[in-house]
Design a protein around this ligand. Structure first.
Ligand code: SF4
Length: 224
């Protein structure tokens, strides 16, 4: 029997999932071929054959900028990754979207723990402790910008499973309801795709919250 994560991946593939995030997954005999979903028709793609190549492919965007958030919709184009089997596919996807298959498998098994944003912020120490001072209104704006699937800064293709606080309130009214409903895919392609889930605010969002609080304090002290 396949381990839980491999089984979750195999189930999505056999259910007809076309890909995950910005990656298209095609069957090729017993193996798989991956490329950026906007490159499907291209014949000039650079060929890679090891799942380890995914680590490099995921690192920089098309402009050569480092991608700190792997689920941001800025995956570089121009490559084709040929993999021999499901094991290699799982390995490669773990480089492209670290931890996401494990989180999906846990969610499907009803074993995923999520944390409200305020709980995550209250857990911070050192220079990030101040992030907990962010207001609900500021959260509404920051999450609406930062986690947006398309046109955000940087934007993110994960489906948000956490609430703003213990009341269960949605963290942002600026995002569409489907941004919070798993297993809806966030690419907007209207296909069956393996969802990327967010069980807890990432460090980048925490850093952004800290920035917002610090800026607001600076503005207030300049005005005094
Ligand atoms: S908090 Fe989650 S949804 Fe928002 S940017 Fe970070 S990983 Fe993406």
């Amino acid at each position: 029997m396949l381990p839980r994560i491999s089984r979750a991946l195999a189930d999505w593939i056999s259910a007809g999932a076309r890909g995950i995030g910005q990656i298209e997954i095609q069957h090729d005999g017993g193996g798989f071929v991956l490329c950026h979903f906007d490159d499907i028709a291209r014949k000039d793609l650079e060929i890679f054959r090891s799942p380890n190549d995914a680590a490099e492919l995921a690192k920089f965007d098309d402009e050569g900028n480092y991608r700190p958030l792997k689920t941001a919709p800025n995956l570089r184009r121009g490559w084709r990754l040929e993999l021999p089997d499901l094991e290699a596919l799982q390995e490669a996807l773990d480089f492209f979207y670290p931890g996401r298959l494990a989180v999906l498998a846990a969610w499907e098994a009803n074993r995923l723990t999520t944390a409200p944003l305020r709980q995550t912020l209250h857990r911070q120490s050192g220079m990030y402790r101040v992030a907990a001072k962010i207001s609900d209104e500021q959260i509404d704006t920051v999450v609406g910008q930062f986690c947006r699937s398309r046109g955000g800064n940087p934007g993110c293709l994960r489906t948000i499973l956490w609430s703003r606080d213990a009341t269960g309130a949605r963290p942002s009214q600026h995002l569409p309801l489907e941004k919070f409903i798993a297993p809806i895919d966030q690419t907007g392609r209207g296909e069956t795709r393996i969802p990327l889930l967010c069980q807890e605010a990432c460090n980048l969002l925490v850093a952004e919250a800290r920035e917002v609080v610090a800026e607001a304090r600076e503005t207030t002290s300049r005005a005094e």
